[in-house]
Design a binder for this molecule. Structure first.
Ligand code: ADP
Ligand code: MG
Length: 447
């Protein structure tokens, strides 16, 4: 029975939809007319209950003439589910949604490489991917806004574009707009200078899907935040989908207005974490195939083992290996890859400042001890250097706020935010501090 259901679902869904919702689901039991289906997370459960359960009822009825009640439960917290019984008749009345016409694509500002097809899923991005798929199919209703956060090069921008592409595939007449937060700010400022605010509003408030990338750069832009607040409200009230990304959670973005923070939390926030080895290998394999590179699996595993956090760097490493092989007129092997990446790693090591480097330098500069920087003593001669060290750790390294807090004797991430803000503000007026920070940065660079 499951095989029938699976085949029918495959026929009625997009390939990516099938992969996301159906291949992750398992039939657990069939008791009388109850079919228990297990899915990984609540997100899939919701989707099944809203969209797929009725289809299952319908397919089973068509094939067997029998009635069935699908019960969807999650693998993590299997509980006695609330059952809604759907009769075949109701199910038949359902419109058949997923008919896809991948015909033409009008020119957009979307990168054509960033689609769901080219996006490899793994532990770190599965939730984000599934949520992205939901909003592209059901914009404005389920998760609004959808908020992705996570480190650099982990696929936030890619997923955002994929939502845009998918929505245009499903609804070719939809109006999709992708901007970075800086582009939004520039557009806004230009509109004031050229007295075209009406056009600006018209442009931003008439879209079906607004994608705003890297909103951490809204920090410090009061007027832009104000305008974005109104754009957000207009779209939200119209049930238009908004998707946002940032390198951190809204409440961790310094100087982001409270009312924006609270709105950004209305929908769903999903983090993207670095991919595990398996996923990294799969990404490299995909990329190598797309570029028709002949690379042994073993070599891909090697490369994936060398770079473990950032997918952009992972792709960069592959390009580097390829270029190296071309230059040397050699085929790509593991030892060639090792050679090609040796210099890269050295260069990377040199540039990569650690929090400890910063603490040492700041301690030396202000003649305090590293232990005091990490300690709790609240005397001025220590508090200031401590905050400067936190500020520099935030500015000069990729470490997360919690990680920085931890490196300072287990302090809370809000302490780090506070320190960062304090110093950033002081830097605006205090010339002495400006000099100190400049000198510290210089010393750190030449180390
Ligand atoms: P972010 O916006 O989070 O900094 P990007 O979306 O720009 O990251 O991704 C960086 C690069 O890595 C892009 O070239 C993107 O296509 C690629 N990439 C990221 N995640 C994946 C993935 N899961 N599968 C395939 N490619 C990916
Ligand atoms: Mg990005």
């Amino acid at each position: 029975l499951w095989a029938i259901i699976r085949d029918e679902l495959q026929r009625s869904l997009t390939p990516v939809g099938y992969k996301t919702w159906v291949t992750t689901a398992k039939p657990i039991a069939l008791n009388q007319n109850q079919l228990i289906i297990e899915v990984p997370e609540d997100l899939q459960k919701d989707y099944w209950e809203r969209n797929l359960a009725t289809k299952v009822v319908e397919f089973v009825y068509q094939h067997t003439g029998g009635e069935i009640t699908p019960i969807i439960q999650t693998a993590t917290h299997a509980e006695t589910p609330l059952t809604t019984t759907i009769s075949p008749k109701e199910a038949m009345g359902e419109r058949n949604t997923a008919t896809i016409t991948p015909t033409f694509m009008r020119p957009t500002h979307l990168n054509s490489r960033y689609t769901f097809d080219t996006f490899v899923t793994g532990k770190g991005n599965q939730m984000a991917h599934a949520a992205a798929l939901v909003v592209s199919e059901e914009p404005g209703t389920m998760y609004n806004p959808l908020f992705f956060y996570g480190g650099v090069g982990l696929g936030k921008t890619h997923l955002m574009h994929a939502i845009g592409h998918q929505m245009l595939t499903l609804r070719p007449d939809a109006k999709v707009k992708y901007v970075t937060s800086e582009a939004f700010a520039n557009d806004f400022i230009n509109s004031i200078q050229t007295r075209q605010q009406e056009q600006f509003r018209q442009e931003y408030r008439s879209v079906d899907l607004l994608l705003v990338d890297d909103i951490q750069f809204f920090a410090d832009k009061e007027g832009t935040q104000e305008e974005f607040f109104h754009t957000f409200n207009a779209l939200y009230d119209d049930k238009k989908q908004i998707v946002l990304t940032s390198d951190r959670l809204p409440n961790e973005i310094p100087k982001l207005q409270e009312r924006l923070v609270s709105r950004f939390k209305w929908g769903l926030s999903v983090d993207i974490t670095p991919p595990d080895l398996e996923t990294r290998i799969a990404i490299l394999r995909n990329k190598a195939d797309a570029e028709q590179l002949q690379i042994p699996d073993e070599t891909l595993s090697y490369i994936a083992g060398q770079i473990d956090s950032n997918i952009r760097e992972l792709e960069g490493a592959l390009v580097r290996v390829q270029a190296y092989a071309t230059m040397k007129h050699l085929t790509i092997t593991t030892s060639l890859a090792a050679d090609a990446l040796k210099n890269l790693k050295l260069a990377g090591k040199n540039n990569q400042l650690s929090i400890a480097d910063i603490q040492n330098e700041v301690a030396k500069y202000y003649e305090v001890s590293v232990a005091e920087l990490k300690g709790k003593k609240r005397v001025k001669t220590i508090v200031m250097p401590r905050q400067i060290a936190m500020y520099l750790a935030r500015e000069l390294t990729d470490n997360s706020l919690p990680k920085i807090g931890k490196s300072f004797g287990g302090k809370d991430h809000t302490t780090v935010i506070h320190a960062h803000e304090k110093i950033a503000q002081a830097l605006e007026q205090n010339e002495r501090l400006q000099n100190d920070v400049r000198e510290l940065k210089n010393n750190l660079r030449s180390n």
